[in-house]
Design a protein around this ligand. Sequence first.
Ligand code: ADP
Length: 227
Amino acid sequence: MSDDAPVLQLADITRSYVTPAGRLPVLEGVNLRVAAGEIVGLVAPSGAGKSTLLHIAGLLDRPDRGTVRIAGMACEKLDDRKRTGIRRAKIGFVYQFHHLLAEFSAIENAAMPLLIAGVARDQAMQRAQQLLDTLGVGARAAHRPAEMSGGEQQRVAIARAFANRPGLLLADEPTGNLDQETAGRVFDALLTLSENEKLAALIVTHNHELAARMDRVIHLENRTIAA
Ligand code: ADP
């Protein structure tokens, strides 16, 4: 590990799927570096390979070729147990749908990664409450997901992604399921938190207005990232 290395570094990533109709190449020679404190937007049409790229960057999938480094550590040859450990400790995910656990309150959902990591309950709850406060849903801490609006649920999912202070945030259309006004407000909260916590963020979005507010926007076209 090195403090100077980008938090996320993809080099020459190539991935294809084997389908009944033959081999489907999705990514070819993708290179990408995201540094700490940098918020990068990833824009591409549906089917271009954005989810495939996020899954590879998040150690949920392996490339056919190329290297994935998280905080300087090459991950492609590690076994699944080590990759899961790195994923839990260093990567936060936000999806289009919140995937909160229905039987747990907002604060319990947000604290879940810390509780799973063995952090003391008081400490985990304190961190979760701080995150919910920053995201403007502190007053909803005791509510279950079904008792919250879509925008509030997504803020809780964002709090959960930040809970264990990951160095890297990967978000797949985090506001894609919200109306435009709510999307703008939730996105503001996500950007503020990313800046406060100085993590590296790679955020997939279809929304060019939101993309324009990030530090840098990259486009996935013809199976690679346009230079
Ligand atoms: P995006 O997130 O940009 O919509 P994806 O990464 O989900 O794109 O998919 C890229 C391409 O790969 C699409 O043509 C999709 O149909 C195909 N694809 C995705 N996952 C699989 C899979 N497991 N098996 C076969 N084809 C897949």
